[in-house]
Ligand binder design. Sequence first.
Ligand SMILES: NC(=O)c1ccc[n+]([C@@H]2O[C@H](COP(=O)([O-])OP(=O)(O)OC[C@H]3O[C@@H](n4cnc5c(N)ncnc54)[C@H](O)[C@@H]3O)[C@@H](O)[C@H]2O)c1
Length: 324
Amino acid sequence: MKVMIVGAAGMLGRKLSARIAVEGIGGQAVDSLVLADVVTPDKPPTRTVVETHAIDLAAPGSAERLVRDRPDLIFHLAAVVSGEAEADLEKGYRVNLDGTRALLEAIRLAGDSGGYCPRVVFTSSLAVFGEPLPDLIEDTFITTPLTSYGTQKAIGELLLSDYSRRGFLDGIALRLPTIVIRPGKPNRAASGFFSSILREPLAGQEAVLPVDVGLRHWFASPRAAVGFLLHAATLDTSLLGARRALTLPGLSATVADEIEALRRAAGDKAVRLIRHPAIERIVAGWPRSFRTERAEALGFRAEASFDEIIRIYVEDDLDAPIAA
Ligand SMILES: NC(=O)c1ccc[n+]([C@@H]2O[C@H](COP(=O)([O-])OP(=O)(O)OC[C@H]3O[C@@H](n4cnc5c(N)ncnc54)[C@H](O)[C@@H]3O)[C@@H](O)[C@H]2O)c1
């Protein structure tokens, strides 16, 4: 099986490629793994043939080059994330919309001579939802994004569904929960503080909390996210019907729940490292909780507590012991 990850140098792309290198896909060996990103992706240690490409997906000809060898399975993770897509409108639309459209078009054209219909797993976001939001959001809730990033992801979902309906590809869009604890440096996602208020104190460093502790949101760990991507890679997509986008299971928790889990994992000293300056605007317009019956029925699983999410970070990403 030929597998390609676009956006492979990112946080999820790195974790996904490392896991595929060890496990393959759904018990099937991977013969070739193509890792593409605007930044050169690292090669995971594996006996599988790995090709890396430093490539801007939205540049003319890039998508065609990437699909020329007709990968059987394509993970499309490349994106300009929420904060940056809002700050730089042109870049956001160029990468998130034009780049996605270019990839789907290249797949359609590569299949022109017939016999090519790859599985495409696309990472969408909860940002496809916008206010007014109920406390519990059902699988059938309307998508009315209120950010440019959310709009670009919602269009991506529609394109993926249409290209799937037309038989050019076999797509599945995953609306990932906010992934915590993000290892390494923060990216420019507006939701970055949900990770930094745990990650920095666990390393003995200060973090700033810019929202009220009562803010509730929807979370899963990076390990769960990689599990979602791999599950989607082999799922029987006939079970999805025409609606190719799924809101994924997660943990509904408040910032206060995060902080209490931090206290249990690393003590009061770690909690004291969270600085809480006067709040200018409480982020009230974000989704708080979902009922994800469709995705759960299809076998997607996430964590049930913040203690578990912190434990996964300590096991998978914290190189030093928790700072005492
Ligand atoms: N991490 C989360 O909490 C979260 C939540 C919902 C959705 N998502 C989505 O999941 C995907 C992966 O998230 P992540 O946290 O790994 O993000 P990330 O920012 O770490 O990775 C995104 C990658 O895309 C690459 N990229 C950007 N522009 C590109 C271009 N023009 N051509 C090729 N590559 C380009 C970046 O270099 C980066 O390596 C993204 O699509 C993101 O929108 C993430």
